[in-house]
Design a protein. Structure first.
Length: 435
């Protein structure tokens, strides 16, 4: 397994947004393991963090955007492509406006700036998303495929078909993503736009600060008042955009991507499908595997006994940060006799109790909490979303938020298959187990 990486030192960049023309300053900062890529809008009061992950994608024309609530990060693809090329896992990017700087329309300055920071190898292992099944997304004459690959890393083939436009034509480019290849062949490839599209955008007040020398504007004869950096610069930039969009997965993707005339919207749909497929496969693998804690070991940790022990096994533990347990719900459960006769439904309070018990197993992973009993103090943001019935396999997930010597807090989720059935924020008092 590869180790996670962050940058060694901070770095700054500034410029104008490609679409908005607004001035923006950004600060790249190292981040601890398992942070991921996080944008932070420092102009908001208070500052708002927007993590790079599929759940935060918002649709925008001709660019990649993320959002939390009414706070957005616009035109992030060139920065994310540089982060992907340098294989950076953890980084915080502070900015004081909505849109990242457009710079020269390429990813080059982001890449060079981050590379100068140096790369710090961290102790935690990297968690790549490996494509294990074929996925196809199509829309009109556009298509994009994700395919398993034995070559390792990320391999991309892009077919850019502008056959009807003589200034571009048809261009095909294939590559494997690595730092050297990105430096030589991709980082300097710039955003391009057809002359008719540029006129329409400026008439709508978009990119009005830009001229043909600032961005590749292409007519039937080629670039206007500009020149190509590569003979096939247009397809190379499409590959850069695709690399940036794939980094929206929140982790590096390993596999093969084949695209035909695909843009940001199709790229982002594929990312969402890849992550969903990977999560489902990992869940099935963990549920089918040998338990990390079986019922005998659980009974050595928890004082609960029949009929109130509501965790059958634990299938996943990430140190003292996260745990996943299983409760097999059968018709033989005592509570189904009265809740409700003829329509058996597991009481919501017992789902929350099961989450509390799996949280107690998580706290016990830390040596200083061995022999401690987690006594539930408060329940916040409790939501029972769907009914749990006999035959369901209840997946219990607890993630530690704050853990101290005598108190702890967990963010908990209960699932059946892919459906969230309950959520809760639970707080505990950790006391000596005298039972």
């Amino acid at each position: 397994m590869k180790q996670q990486k962050t940058i060694k030192t901070e770095a700054r960049l500034s410029g104008k947004g490609l679409f908005s023309g607004c001035d923006v300053r950004i600060l790249f900062k190292p981040a601890p393991p398992d942070t991921g890529v996080v944008f932070m809008r420092t102009d908001a009061d208070p500052a708002v963090s927007v993590k790079v992950r599929p759940e935060n994608i918002v649709h925008r024309d001709r660019r990649t955007a993320l959002g939390v609530g009414d706070v957005y990060i616009e035109t992030s693809e060139h920065c994310l492509a540089a982060i992907a090329a340098l294989d950076i896992d953890n980084i915080t990017i502070e900015l004081d406006a909505e849109e990242l700087p457009g710079l020269d329309g390429s990813s080059h300055e982001f890449f060079v700036t981050l590379k100068k920071c140096g790369i710090d190898i961290q102790a935690a292992e990297q968690h790549p998303i490996v494509i294990s099944e074929s996925i196809c997304i199509t829309q009109d004459d556009k298509s994009i495929y994700a395919l398993p690959s034995n070559e390792g890393g990320l391999n991309i083939t892009y077919d850019l078909d502008y056959t009807q436009h003589t200034g571009i034509g048809r261009q095909i480019y294939s590559c494997q993503l690595n730092e050297d290849n990105y430096t030589e062949n991709l980082a300097r490839a710039r955003t391009f736009v057809l002359e008719a599209e540029a006129l329409q955008m400026q008439a709508a007040g978009i990119g009005s600060h830009l001229g043909p020398k600032d961005i590749l504007v292409i007519n039937s004869d080629g670039p206007i008042k500009n020149s190509f950096r590569y003979p096939d610069e247009c397809v190379r930039h499409k590959v850069v955009d695709l690399i940036g969009d794939l980094r929206l997965a929140g982790h590096p993707i390993q596999g093969r991507i084949v695209a035909y005339k695909s843009g940001h919207a199709l790229n982002q749909k594929l990312v969402t499908r890849i992550v969903e497929s990977f999560r489902k496969a990992e869940q099935e693998k963990s549920l089918a595997g040998k338990p990390i804690l079986d019922i005998k070991r659980i009974q050595r940790i928890l004082p609960h006994r029949y009929p109130f022990l509501l965790v059958d096994k634990v299938v996943e533990i990430e140190k003292d940060r996260r745990i996943k347990g299983i409760k097999n719900v059968t018709f033989n459960e005592q509570f189904f006799q009265g809740h409700f006769p003829g329509t058996p439904v597991m009481p919501g309070v017992l789902i929350v109790e099961a989450l509390a018990q799996v949280s107690g197993l998580l706290f016990a992973q830390k040596l200083e909490h061995t022999g401690k009993l987690a006594v539930l103090l408060t329940m916040d943001a409790v939501k029972i979303r769907k009914a749990v019935t006999p035959g369901d396999q209840l997946i219990l997930i607890a993630e530690a938020d704050k853990v101290r010597s005598r108190a702890a807090k967990c963010n908990c989720t209960a699932m059946v298959g892919d459906d969230v059935v309950a959520e809760a924020q639970l707080k505990f008092m950790l006391v000596d187990d005298e039972i």
